[in-house]
Design a protein around this ligand. Structure first.
Ligand code: BT5
Length: 234
């Protein structure tokens, strides 16, 4: 990967990030997981103008026309036992970039969707590679969004958003617990959470130390959920 020198896009990236920019691939996450297993460096970053098989969670798709949006994956070799912490960091950095580049205020829907109001601006997909490293991919709508979703606006360049996001990642404190909780618009809301086994309805009261969403149901039971799709009810 090309390091901190200006690369094909002619752009100088923040120091310490090894950014490769390609015109097209299947999925930046797939590529970077495979690169990780072949020894790619910590903080390798793969950004594509277009993905032919962009992936969401649970085998859903991530769609975006050519050269419109940010499609990027980042490799973290020192993610430790808590891969979800890296997703939280990427989500927070993306909020900072949306604010700096476009003046757009986004919040997080648990676990890591970026929302503007209730419209989705970005989605995050984290995967663990076989060697234990973690790849966090983010798709952020810059110049295009599907119906009902949010974007930053026509004037903005996906690579500029990435540069800002990397700077924000560098500037985050080691412990982002409080920052994450403050950005999480899910907290305090009534939610319905569809998990692989059941749907839980209640009030989102917190996030535990394992990154799980705590939902208090009408019977007074607290559920600690580690996966699921959240709907904000109000
Ligand atoms: C996500 O999944 O939100 C994670 C998306 C991660 C995409 C990035 S792009 C770079 C990297 N490489 C990859 O292959 N993936 C990552 P999920 O929560 O499952 O949301 C997927 C759902 O969002 C889809 O089923 C659609 O309903 C919706 N969707 C698809 N494209 C969208 C877009 N551009 N904007 C907003 N919503 C979208």
């Amino acid at each position: 990967m090309s390091g901190n020198r200006p690369n094909a896009s002619g752009r100088a990236w923040p120091a310490g990030w090894h950014v490769e920019h390609v015109a097209e691939t299947t999925s930046t996450n797939n590529d970077l997981v495979s690169a990780a297993e072949h020894g790619a460096a910590d903080r390798s970053v793969l950004v594509a103008d277009y993905q032919t098989a962009g992936r969401g969670r649970l085998d859903r798709r991530w769609d975006t026309p050519r050269a419109s949006n940010l499609l990027v994956s980042i490799l973290f070799r020192d993610a430790g036992e808590h891969p979800w912490l890296m997703s939280q960091r990427v989500g927070l950095a993306a909020i900072g970039a949306a604010r700096d580049i476009a003046g757009v205020e986004a919040g997080l829907k648990w676990p890591n969707d970026l929302l503007v109001g209730e419209q989705k601006l970005a989605g995050i997909l984290a995967q663990r590679a076989a060697d234990g490293s973690v790849v966090v991919g983010i798709g952020l709508n810059v110049r295009w969004a599907p119906d009902g979703a949010a974007m930053l606006g026509d004037d903005h360049d996906p690579l500029e958003v990435l540069a800002s996001m990397l700077q924000h990642l560098d500037a985050l404190p080691d412990d982002v617990t409080e920052l994450y909780r403050r950005s999480l618009v899910t907290l305090g809301k009534r939610v319905s959470v569809e998990t692989p086994r059941q749907t839980i309805t209640g009030t989102a009261t917190g996030v535990d130390d394992d990154g799980r969403l705590i939902v208090l149901d009408a019977c007074g039971l607290s559920h600690h959920l580690d996966v699921g799709d959240v709907i904000h009810l109000r």
